[in-house]
Write a protein that binds this ligand. Structure first.
Ligand SMILES: [Zn+2]
Ligand SMILES: [Zn+2]
Length: 142
């Protein structure tokens, strides 16, 4: 089974319906090799299926839904620039420099101690997938 088949299977097993719109958005994310904005997803769908009219509002709503069922992660690189990715494809976090806008991908295990601490001290199950941490990069700190 491919990752994509796994996703679909997982969704159905949890009793969710895969509407054509949801399928198109998942497919677009599956074919992109990195994060995509809602606009890029809309462009990808239009390029693959020119006869389908793509409504950005619907894409956005679909992405929120996919995020809520834990298939897609959402991260912001600042200025309301939201990016989406399949969770299964995308195990990392970002450091975002507020001066030069450099984005550094970091090892997801770095946040694991924080996740465990939040769980043991507060009984809180943190959603720590695909986090963006803002600050100053090494070059800009000099
Ligand atoms: Zn990312
Ligand atoms: Zn910087």
């Amino acid at each position: 089974m491919s990752d994509y088949d796994d996703l679909i299977h997982n969704l159905r097993a949890r009793g969710h319906r895969l509407t054509p719109q949801r399928r198109l958005v998942l497919e677009a994310l599956q074919h992109g090799d990195h994060h995509m904005s809602a606009d890029e997803i809309a462009q990808t769908i239009t390029a693959r299926y020119p006869s389908i009219s793509v409504d950005p509002t619907t894409i956005y709503r679909t992405l929120r839904w996919l995020r809520d069922v834990n298939l897609v992660s959402e991260t912001s690189l600042g200025q309301n620039h939201m990016l989406y990715a399949l969770l299964s494809h995308h195990d990392h976090h970002h450091l975002v420099c507020e001066i030069c806008n450099t984005v550094i991908e970091i090892d997801p295990l770095i946040l694991e101690p924080l996740r465990l601490e939040l769980e043991s001290r507060y009984g809180f199950a943190a959603r720590l997938a695909h986090i963006s941490i803002f600050g100053l990069c090494a070059a800009c700190r000099r």
